[in-house]
Design a protein around this ligand. Sequence first.
Ligand SMILES: Nc1ncnc2c1ncn2[C@@H]1O[C@H](COP(=O)(O)OP(=O)(O)OP(=O)(O)O)[C@@H](O)[C@H]1O
Ligand SMILES: O=C(O)[C@H](O)[C@@H](O)[C@H](O)[C@H](O)CO
Length: 181
Amino acid sequence: MPVESPLPTALIVMGVSGSGKSTIAELLAAELGWPFRDGDDFHPPENVAKMHAGTPLTDEDRWPWLAAIAAWIEEARRRGGHVIVTCSALRRIYRDALRDGHGDVRFVYLEGTKDLIASRLAKRKNHFMPPALLDSQFATLEPPGADEAPLAVSIGATPDEIAAMVLEKLAGFSRGSKSPR
Ligand SMILES: Nc1ncnc2c1ncn2[C@@H]1O[C@H](COP(=O)(O)OP(=O)(O)OP(=O)(O)O)[C@@H](O)[C@H]1O
Ligand SMILES: O=C(O)[C@H](O)[C@@H](O)[C@H](O)[C@H](O)CO
């Protein structure tokens, strides 16, 4: 995958529900100073209602959501800016939709076991996503392949440590390396 610019137009923090996307993305956004939006804010209300009711989304449910995120990234691309956004981006075809043919979108992949994530979700308060959907999230997950050059990090560490690891990997990219360290 070609590296088109020193820093990506968009950093997409991906992973199953509860993997820590919002937590890590907020820290990264604060460090990088890039505009940040939570991918959940791009869902049409019907999707949120469906997830809240405990029903996994289908591909059809997800396409308009992914298109809305891709459109926000395109705005940044046009003005030569950078953005950071969370999005589960569970399947490769979803990530392809988000890349939209461009090589300037990088995925931060938050990798963790179902047990660890379930234990974090069990403690989380005030979120529409029920922990019971975690099985379907893992069933749908297609971890990014090496050819997608993900910035992959294990979620066992503290949020600050994870964000620091991501920034270190990103610095590797910005120095022009073609593959993550
Ligand atoms: N590295 C970490 N160590 C300990 N707890 C964490 C860590 N990262 C996130 N958490 C906690 O785990 C829970 C899930 O994190 P978060 O809400 O950021 O996940 P998410 O991937 O954005 O979830 P969703 O996709 O459902 O919105 C939160 O309660 C958060 O405080
Ligand atoms: O792809 C999906 O099944 C959904 O988008 C979820 O993953 C949520 O957006 C989110 O991660 C939960 O808050």
